[in-house]
Design a protein around this ligand. Structure first.
Ligand SMILES: [Mg+2]
Length: 175
């Protein structure tokens, strides 16, 4: 079996924006993210982005826009991310979906596809719904402060300031 790190996108890999992020020109990868991705990959983790993109449901942007941002993110990260799942749903606009976090179907699909060992895996997110989705699949969580910076108490297993520090917790500071 393989071990994985599931990664929320907005607020973990790139700067979040309350008005959504869909243009490559405004897609700002956060500091040390490419370096953290490289470390996680070298430590043997399958890397899977799992992102809610309800802006598609709301007609603000298209799936094509999301895929262009994904291509750009991959180019900045050296092509090291293994998979990209996005949930283009919102219950008030098009449809409810078990793929949309806090439900966990995106994570479950990746677990099946990549033969993932839940106990050896992690999710890094910035929102309570990321944490809830991971815990539905018995995946440990690290909440980072680079995104929504929610101050409400959550049940996250660990906290880190950013993905690089989350990487320290996952693979150890010596690596
Ligand atoms: Mg987020």
């Amino acid at each position: 079996m393989n071990k994985a790190v599931f990664l929320d996108r907005d607020g973990v890999l790139n700067e979040d924006n309350p008005d959504y992020v869909w243009e490559v020109g405004k897609f700002h990868v956060l500091p040390r993210v490419p370096e953290a991705i490289k470390r996680l990959k070298e430590a043997g983790f399958v890397l899977v982005v799992v992102t809610n993109q309800s802006g598609i449901a709301k007609g603000i942007y298209t799936a094509q826009d999301v895929l262009q941002c994904w291509e750009y993110l991959q180019s900045v990260c050296g092509g090291l991310i293994d998979a990209h799942y996005f949930a283009p749903y919102h219950p008030s606009y098009n449809s409810a979906s078990l793929t949309r976090k806090p439900d966990s179907l995106m994570i479950e699909k990746a677990i099946a596809k990549f033969n993932i060992d839940r106990q050896a895996s992690w999710l890094v997110g910035d929102s309570e719904r990321d944490i809830i989705a991971a815990h539905k699949q018995q995946i440990r969580t690290i909440k980072v402060r680079t995104g929504k910076n929610e101050t409400s108490p959550t049940e996250t297993d660990l906290w880190a300031n950013d993905l690089w520090e989350a990487c320290d917790l996952i693979v150890g500071k010596a690596s």
